[in-house]
Every structure is written in structure tokens, then in C-alpha cells.
Design a binder for this molecule. Structure first.
Ligand SMILES: Cc1cc2nc3c(=O)[nH]c(=O)nc-3n(C[C@H](O)[C@H](O)[C@H](O)COP(=O)(O)OP(=O)(O)OC[C@H]3O[C@@H](n4cnc5c(N)ncnc54)[C@H](O)[C@@H]3O)c2cc1C
Length: 421
């Protein structure tokens, strides 16, 4: 069986490695002519780390990422609402990593080059159209800069891993239009700074209309005693124009900074961090309506192309990795019937992911921050007087179950690895 993968992002490259490990031939086509280490931090939950370790990338991840020890939520006064251990400390058999997206992409790309061969990755190929019949699917490409047509490529199956503005998704859903805006915008940055707390904790501060997420994501290239720390902040509707979702849009901090100017707490100097950040990027929080179908004959969708979601609970990169592994297993076990394999993948992953997309509109586990704001806007002495511990525990647990990564389910489920003779 031959598969063509559209997009060399996190999902597309993991798909290529998973197909290769399952003994399936594949070629990857990427729109950009050069893969640069773009993006800032991304979180890989233990369910994704398991898959990457099973693909033989455990040492590379451990070298580059930060194994997150704790996730902690604080109110706008810097008081702790809830904290929980993560990764191994939470009872998983695999760690959770915070990592620079560009470094993760390069770990995956280097592995694809080493295992599949450099000639299997076709940069500068922007998918423009596709056609399929009973025997095959043909992908047609253009050079994105010049618009000049390039050679087409035929395969038994095509995987659209081409991100939030997916061309593959548009071909089957032409009336869908732009992503659905949440009305909120994220501003993101990273800087070298001294560690806060234990140097491995991800923190969420504030409430729905003014909040921050901060975590260390790399020590590899940092001077001794320093870390590369990722931060992002979100404000409620600002009446700012909605710009196209573009991960590289640099903006001045004046777009958002004043409400955060006093957010220096005894345990983290967030306002100082924002002021010291050289480049700040703006990204609208958006998603798309869940689809009733990802698979159309010999073509399917994966990662953000299939289920673009609001960035709640650090799920987008994680779920793209899991998609890739389920897809490869489904194709490998399809008895050579690519259409049946793609449909099995759709049946297994789409209902779960559609639920995560919708749940992320409800703020997932971060709802505890809004509850603290609603019930105690002036702060609290004891969080137990504001939100009972049992309620906090249940919120954290139910999100993990819904997103398929509670420790018990993950630790006990069979591997997606495919045995090849
Ligand atoms: C440049 C960039 C920076 C990002 N930075 C962050 C970040 O800092 N933090 C974070 O949480 N998430 C970030 N993301 C998103 C994150 O990578 C995804 O949410 C998640 O990893 C799922 O990955 P994916 O492979 O589905 O999509 P993506 O990682 O978005 O990859 C999609 C790929 O498809 C390619 N592509 C698009 N259209 C076509 C086409 N027509 N033909 C061929 N190729 C095409 C794109 O160039 C891209 O390489 C970023 C994405 C990109 C593209």
C-alpha cells in the first residue's frame, strides 16, 4: 500500500513515521520550501509521549523537552486554586513534556529523513486539488510562491494533515468558510529566565477574560541556571479585528499589556517576563465545527485539519500524534483495503475528537479558574471554602477521561504499534 501525506507538521511527520513502522510506504508533501523552527511551546501529554517513545524517539524528547511535574491553577491575585502532579508523578507510565514546537518538528523530520529517506519529503509542494477513483487517489500540487503546477502523485490513500486552513478539508467541505472565532485573542512569547517554582510546573493564572499560561519548555540552549520559558495570555473580547490564524504574526505588547502590568506575584514575575520578551505573537483563539465525516473514500483528515480546537488542556499536538498512530494501525490491519482502513480510523477517532472540540469551548479543566473568580473575586483564605476539593478533583478527572488520557485507561490499553513480520 502507498500513502501520500499532505503537510509536514507534527501530525503529518508522525503519520509518516507510524506508517513506516507499520511497513507502509509513504511520501510527505509540504507547502513551505524550507522547514524553519517556527512556533513556541507545545505540550505533549503522556498519551502522545507513549506513542513517540514507541516510535523510538524517547531519548530525543528527553534531551530537548522539559518533563512537566505539576499543573497548577491560580486566581488573579496569585493564590493557588488547584494543583496536580503530571506525567510519571501522576501515575502514568510515560512523562508529559513541554517542548519547543520547532524542535519537536525537527526531531520528527530528522527521524523521517533517517528512516524513510530524504527523497520521501517533498518540500515546496502545495496541495491544490485531488481526484480519486476505484483504483487510486491522485494529489495535484502547485509551487505556492509562483502558482506553477508541479507533478502529481498517485497513491492508495491520502491523509490531509495540512493544518487549520486545510485544503483537503475544504475540498470535501467547500461551504465551511473561515474558522469559528471565539472572540478572544492569545498573545504568546518566550524568553530566557530563571526558573520559577520547581522549574517544571505549568501554571494557569486568572479567569476566563484575563488569563495567562506559563511553562518552561527547554533548557538545552539556555545558560546555566536559566530556562526558555513560554508564556501566553488571553483577554476577553477586545473589539480587535479578527486576523487570519497565522502563527507568525508579530505584534507590539501594547496590544494587550496594561491589564497584566501588575501581575508580578511572589512566586512568578509574569509582568516582568512579558516586558523582557523580545518578540510577541498574536493568534486568534478559534476552532471549527465538528465534521460528520473525515474519511471520503481514499482520503481522510488528521490533526488540526480534522479537529482544529481551542487551545484548552494542551490537546492539539497530542491528539495529532495519537491520530497518526491509530491511522497507521487501521491501515496496516485493513487487509490491503485502504478505504476500509481509513473508515475504521474515522470511526475510532472522530467521535472522541468531536467531543474534545466541543468540550474545549466550555473551558475544560480551566473552568476552576472561572469558578474561583465568580465565587471569590476578591480572593480567599482557604480554597476549600470556595470550591470543595471533591469538585476540583472531579473536574480534573473527567477532562482526562473525555480526552482519553486518564492514567488507568492509558496505562492499560494495548499499544497501537503494529507487528511487522
Ligand atoms: C508555523 C506553525 C507554528 C505553530 N506554533 C505553535 C505553537 O507555538 N504552539 C502550539 O500549541 N501550536 C502551534 N502550532 C500548531 C500545532 O502545531 C498544531 O495545533 C498541532 O501540532 C497539530 O499539528 P498538525 O500537524 O495537525 O498541524 P500543523 O502543525 O499546523 O501542520 C500543518 C502543516 O501543513 C502544511 N500545509 C498547509 N497547507 C498545505 C497544503 N495545501 N499543502 C501542503 N502542505 C500544507 C503547513 O505548512 C504545516 O507544515 C503551530 C503550527 C504551525 C504551522
Amino acid at each position: 500500500m502507498k500513502v501520500v501525506v499532505i503537510g509536514a507538521g507534527i501530525g503529518g511527520l508522525t503519520t509518516a513515521l507510524s506508517l513506516h513502522a507499520a511497513g507502509i510506504e509513504c511520501d510527505v508533501f509540504e507547502s513551505v520550501a524550507q522547514i524553519r523552527p517556527l512556533g513556541l511551546g507545545i505540550n505533549l501529554q503522556p498519551n502522545a509521549v507513549r506513542e513517540l517513545i514507541e516510535l523510538g524517539l524517547g531519548d530525543a524528547l528527553a534531551e530537548v523537552g522539559i518533563a512537566t511535574s505539576t499543573l497548577a491553577y491560580y486566581n488573579k491575585h496569585g493564590q493557588k486554586i488547584w494543583s496536580e502532579p503530571r506525567g510519571i508523578a501522576a501515575g502514568y507510565r510515560w512523562p508529559q513534556y513541554a517542548i519547543h514546537r520547532g524542535e519537536l518538528q525537527h526531531i520528527l523530520l530528522d527521524a523521517v529523513y533517517a528512516r524513510l529517506g530524504r527523497d520521501r519529503v517533498h518540500l515546496g509542494h502545495h496541495l491544490a486539488s485531488l481526484e480519486q477513483d476505484d483504483a487510486r487517489v491522485i494529489a495535484r500540487f502547485v509551487d505556492r510562491a509562483s502558482g506553477a503546477p508541479l507533478d502529481g502523485h498517485a497513491a492508495d490513500a491520502l491523509v490531509g494533515a495540512d493544518g487549520v486552513h486545510s485544503a483537503v478539508r475544504r475540498i470535501f467541505n467547500p461551504a465551511e468558510g473561515l474558522p469559528v472565532s471565539s472572540g478572544r485573542i492569545m498573545w504568546r512569547g518566550a524568553l530566557l529566565a530563571k526558573p520559577y517554582l520547581d522549574g517544571r510546573t505549568q501554571v494557569m493564572i486568572g479567569y476566563r477574560d484575563q488569563r495567562a499560561v506559563v511553562y518552561p519548555m527547554s533548557e538545552k540552549q539556555a545558560p546555566p541556571g536559566m530556562q526558555l520559558i513560554n508564556w501566553l495570555v488571553v483577554l476577553g473580547e477586545q473589539g480587535l479585528e479578527h486576523r487570519r490564524e497565522d502563527w507568525d504574526l508579530a505584534v507590539p505588547k501594547e496590544r494587550f499589556f496594561p491589564p497584566f502590568a501588575h501581575w508580578n506575584f511572589p512566586w512568578i514575575g509574569l509582568a516582568d517576563m512579558i516586558e523582557a520578551t523580545q518578540e510577541i505573537y498574536e493568534y486568534p483563539k478559534a476552532d471549527r465545527e465538528p465534521l460528520a465525516q473525515w474519511t471520503h473514500g481514499r482520503v481522510t483528515l488528521l490533526g488540526d485539519a480534522a479537529h482544529p480546537m481551542r487551545p484548552i488542556g494542551s490537546q492539539a499536538g497530542t491528539q495529532a500524534v495519537v491520530d497518526a498512530r491509530v491511522l497507521a494501525q487501521s491501515l496496516a490491519e485493513s487487509g490491503g483495503d485502504a478505504r476500509a482502513g481509513l473508515q475504521r480510523y474515522d470511526d475510532e477517532r472522530r467521535p472522541l475528537m468531536n467531543e474534545v472540540v466541543l468540550r474545549n469551548r466550555e473551558y475544560g479543566p480551566e473552568i476552576v479558574m472561572q469558578m474561583a473568580e465568580d465565587r471569590a473575586p476578591g480572593g480567599f483564605t482557604r480554597i476549600e471554602d470556595v470550591i470543595p476539593r471533591q469538585e476540583l478533583e472531579e473536574i480534573a478527572r473527567s477532562f482526562k477521561v473525555a480526552a482519553g488520557f486518564d492514567p488507568e485507561t492509558l496505562n492499560n490499553r494495548c499499544s497501537y504499534s503494529v507487528r511487522t513480520a
